[in-house]
Write a protein that binds this ligand. Structure first.
Ligand SMILES: Nc1nc2c(ncn2[C@@H]2O[C@H](COP(=O)(O)OP(=O)(O)OP(=O)(O)O)[C@@H](O)[C@H]2O)c(=O)[nH]1
Ligand SMILES: [Mg+2]
Length: 204
C-alpha cells in the first residue's frame, strides 16, 4: 500500500451492545473524544464525504459505536462522545459499559485516535481514554482538533503543550504523537492517514 487514500467509505453498522459487534473480520481504527470535539467531522473529512457521519452543533448526538467500512479494507469506528455535562447518570453508566464492552470485544482494534480540542487542556475523560489505550495495549495517537481556531504560528506549540500535559497527567508509559488537524480547513488529514496506514501494516 502506498499512500492511504480513502476511495470508498460506507456506513456498515452501529453497535449499541456487545452482541452487535460486527465480528472482527476487518482491522479497525477507532476515534474517541469528548462530545463535540469533532470526531464525526474528522471522519467525513478523511473520507471526503461531508454526509457520511452525522455532524451536529448539539453535543452528545452520537450514542452508538458506528462502523464505517473503508476501501473494503478496514473499519473506521466512531465511538460515542463523553464528558457532556447534560447527560444523566444512567446515560453515563451506559456509556461506560458500552466502552468497556467495545474494548473487551474489539479484537481487530489496531489503534485508537483520541481527539482533543487544541484550545483546551485535556479533560479527565481524555486522560482516562489514554490510560485505557495503554491498559489494553492499543497504540494511540492524539488528534488536536479545530486547529483553525488558533493562529498557524501557535499550532505547533499548542500540540506540544497538549502532549506535555498528557505525559504529566496520564499513566500511559508509552510514546505517542499529537497531530494537529482542522476538518474545517482540511488540514492535517494526510498525517492522520499515514498514522492509520502504519498501524494497519504493523505486524502484531
Ligand atoms: N472550527 C472548526 N469546527 C469544527 C471542526 N470540526 C468540527 N467542528 C464543529 O464542531 C461541532 C461538533 O462536530 P462533530 O463532528 O459533530 O463532533 P463529534 O465529536 O462527532 O460530537 P458527538 O458526536 O456529539 O460526540 C460541529 O459544529 C462542527 O462543525 C474544525 O476542524 N474546525
Ligand atoms: Mg459524532
Amino acid at each position: 500500500m502506498d499512500e492511504l487514500i480513502i476511495k470508498k467509505a460506507v456506513f456498515a453498522t452501529s453497535m449499541a451492545k456487545r452482541a452487535d459487534y460486527p465480528g472482527g473480520d476487518l482491522p479497525e481504527i477507532a476515534f474517541a473524544g469528548k462530545s463535540n470535539v469533532g470526531k464525526s467531522s474528522l471522519i467525513n473529512y478523511l473520507a471526503n464525504n461531508g454526509k457520511l457521519a452525522y455532524v451536529s452543533k448539539q453535543p452528545g448526538k452520537t450514542r452508538l459505536v458506528n462502523y464505517y467500512t473503508i476501501n473494503s479494507l478496514f473499519y473506521l469506528v466512531d465511538l460515542p462522545g463523553y464528558g457532556y455535562a447534560k447527560v444523566s447518570k444512567a446515560e453515563k453508566k451506559a456509556w461506560a459499559a458500552l466502552m468497556q464492552d467495545y474494548f473487551d470485544i474489539a479484537a481487530g482494534l489496531r489503534a485508537l485516535l483520541i481527539l482533543m480540542d487544541i484550545r483546551h487542556d485535556p479533560t479527565a475523560g481524555d486522560l482516562q481514554m489514554a490510560d485505557w489505550a495503554a491498559y489494553y495495549g492499543v497504540p494511540f495517537a492524539v488528534v488536536a482538533t479545530k486547529a483553525d481556531k488558533v493562529a498557524k504560528s501557535k499550532r505547533f506549540h499548542a500540540a506540544k503543550k497538549m502532549k506535555d500535559y498528557i505525559v504529566a497527567n496520564a499513566h500511559t508509559g508509552v510514546n505517542f504523537e499529537v497531530i494537529p488537524v482542522s476538518a474545517a480547513e482540511k488540514k492535517g488529514g494526510a498525517q492522520v492517514l499515514s498514522y492509520i496506514k502504519a498501524r494497519l501494516e504493523e505486524v502484531r
